[in-house]
Write a protein that binds this ligand. Structure first.
Ligand SMILES: NC(=O)c1ccc[n+]([C@@H]2O[C@H](COP(=O)([O-])OP(=O)(O)OC[C@H]3O[C@@H](n4cnc5c(N)ncnc54)[C@H](OP(=O)(O)O)[C@@H]3O)[C@@H](O)[C@H]2O)c1
Length: 348
């Protein structure tokens, strides 16, 4: 793990950016829109659009969504139309294609791409991240061939994946399909990508986009010294629920509290927060392009945009001692690669 900020950063005043394989430049902190799917509280679309504009004004110009995130693409489209009429500052929209199992003909894939473009109100897709549920059904290769053709025709800029494991990433690359990014869960808790995938990515110019880096908000100051949250009442968003199961598999609440206490000491040393340390830790991996942080746009609650900018500030860096202190705790945890499988196995 490098302790300096990755060299790929271009130093913009507020938000550093990174260039992907086909030239799309995205922020190192990306706004995650699963949080507007409806599984994290009721959404007020107009309010969501106005908060998205505020994030953009702070430099958060990259948005991550999916065709299966409820109204996320439509809300982005509404925001984008207003944004374009207001000013020219570029924004980047990454979506996902998450098809139900079935034939991946040209017409099936083309209609999914067209639907996303129409909902997002864009003339081409900056980035499409393809997901597949069942590796025994090889038709993911058909879909990727069609998407590559659409990329050649200019409808798609970056052809990407989400939740693909290292074995399939190698298979797809060997077929000559150039992949820009793979979106996977990566955090101090879930270090599976570092056990094989990151090496392959570095060798092949593939970047990782990470989610779960804050464990849905659990890996923040908010949960330091708190009793173990249990049940749907405490774990009231889909995200909190998901990552609490991950923490249980990793080593449980007691060890998690030890980790939070150590992260608090590191945060004190640098005058930042636990969220900042947890985010910077992932960004220090040179295979990582960006960390996606879920934003509950249009839902009552805290706006973390200003605080999270400190995760990418050049005014501080994790030291070797900081990384060792984190390793001392995580060495006591279970190996999630062994218990769950490689990245994305939890979905299959
Ligand atoms: N490809 C996939 O399968 C997949 C799966 C999951 C997620 N994703 C993507 O990744 C995005 C991130 O989602 P996630 O579920 O992984 O959530 P996450 O980013 O780990 O956590 C997001 C939550 O953390 C809290 N938070 C953010 N900054 C904070 C700070 N500085 N201090 C305290 N709390 C803070 C917020 O909670 P409050 O709102 O309660 O304040 C926010 O809703 C999604 O929107 C989606 O785009 C992709």
């Amino acid at each position: 793990m490098d302790t300096t900020t990755a060299m790929i950063i271009e130093d913009y005043p507020l938000m550093p950016q990174v260039r992907l394989k086909n030239g799309l430049t995205i922020c190192r902190l990306v706004n995650g829109m699963w949080q507007v799917s409806g599984a994290h509280g009721d959404i007020e679309p107009n309010k969501a659009v106005s908060v998205m504009q505020k994030y953009t004004d702070l430099g958060y110009t990259t948005f991550d969504m999916a065709d299966i995130y409820g109204p996320a693409e439509v809300i982005f489209g509404k925001f984008y139309r207003g944004h374009c009429s207001r000013r020219n500052a570029p924004v980047q929209a990454m979506t996902k294609m998450v098809p139900s199992p079935g034939p991946m003909t040209w017409s099936v894939v083309e209609s999914a791409v067209s639907k996303s473009m129409s909902r997002m109100q864009v003339k081409r897709l900056d980035c499409i991240q393809f997901h597949w549920w069942d590796y025994t059904d090889k038709r993911y290769l058909d879909a990727l061939h069609h998407l590559r053709e659409m990329q050649r025709n200019g409808r798609i800029r970056e052809l990407s994946l989400t939740n693909f494991d290292t074995e399939r990433l190698e298979e797809i690359t060997a077929k000559g399909i150039e992949i820009s990014t793979n979106q996977v869960q990566y955090s101090i808790i879930d270090q599976r990508p570092a056990q094989g995938m990151t090496k392959f990515c570095r060798m092949n110019g593939i970047k990782l986009l990470t989610y779960g880096t804050l464990c849905g908000g659990l890996l923040t100051d908010h949960y330091l010294g708190k009793p173990e949250p249990k049940g749907r009442k405490d774990l009231c968003t889909a995200s909190l629920w998901k990552y609490k199961q991950m923490i249980n598999s990793w080593g449980g609440w007691k060890l998690f509290q030890e980790l939070l206490a150590t992260l608090r000491e590191i945060a004190d040393e640098h005058g930042v927060t636990i969220a900042n340390v947890a985010t910077r830790w992932v960004l220090c991996d040179s295979a990582v392009a960006s960390v996606i942080i879920g934003c509950r746009f249009g839902v009552e609650g805290a706006n973390h945009a200003t605080e999270n900018l400190r995760s990418v500030s050049t005014g501080w860096a994790l030291t070797e001692e900081n990384v060792s202190a984190i390793n001392k705790i995580t060495s006591k945890s279970n190996n999630l690669l062994k218990s769950i499988g490689d990245c994305g196995a939890e979905y299959r």
